[in-house]
Write a protein that binds this ligand. Sequence first.
Ligand SMILES: O=C[C@H](O)[C@H](O)[C@H](O)COP(=O)(O)O
Length: 224
Amino acid sequence: MDAKRIAAERAADYIQDGMVVGLGTGSTAYWAIQRIGQRVQEGLRIRAIATSNASEKQAKELGIPLISFADVQEIDLTIDGADEVDPNFQLIKGGGGALLREKIVASSSSKFIVIVDDSKLVGRLGRFPLPIEIVRFGYEATIHKLRELGCEPVLREVEGKAYITDNGNYIVDAYFGAIADPKELESKLNMIPGVVENGLFVDMADRVIAGKRDGGILELERQR
Ligand SMILES: O=C[C@H](O)[C@H](O)[C@H](O)COP(=O)(O)O
């Protein structure tokens, strides 16, 4: 079985009756949502909040009951993928462009489980370009300020056109190289006018489940 799917299905086992569940985005979260849908069809009673239009559509098709933050303030458990995970459980997310809603949902969750294949486990964050969501107005000026922080920012494009997030914004992929202090960088980035949010998820993950290509699984819990 696919390493991402192995991790995703293990994570879905943590969901219990009555929970409010945050549904992540991406090719790993896809498998978690599939398994959650299967469990719902078997009788599991949950309510869910999706982190993207794509995950919302998938959940609807599977019959997973969806709610919004108008209905709840607190999510019991969120399951989501990541692009990089370091040994301190710090993450880079946003490869699929969903980082803003993902961060809102993860930050409102009592438990946050990250699911990856083990190629995403790194010694230090930064090989994967950091996704940063920026508003469209004045984006050239915002990119200039990002460059002044010492990165190489590239406006994300799809088929020759600027990529637009579910929130109507742009994404910049910023090459920083090894990130020495994710927490400091996260705050510096969010101080720049025009930056909506960035893909550094600092001190948020409680558990990391990594699927391996040989079918094995690595499960790590953050000690607080
Ligand atoms: O914006 C997308 C998300 O942060 C994804 O969870 C992340 O990019 C990992 O995606 P995938 O599971 O497809 O590798």
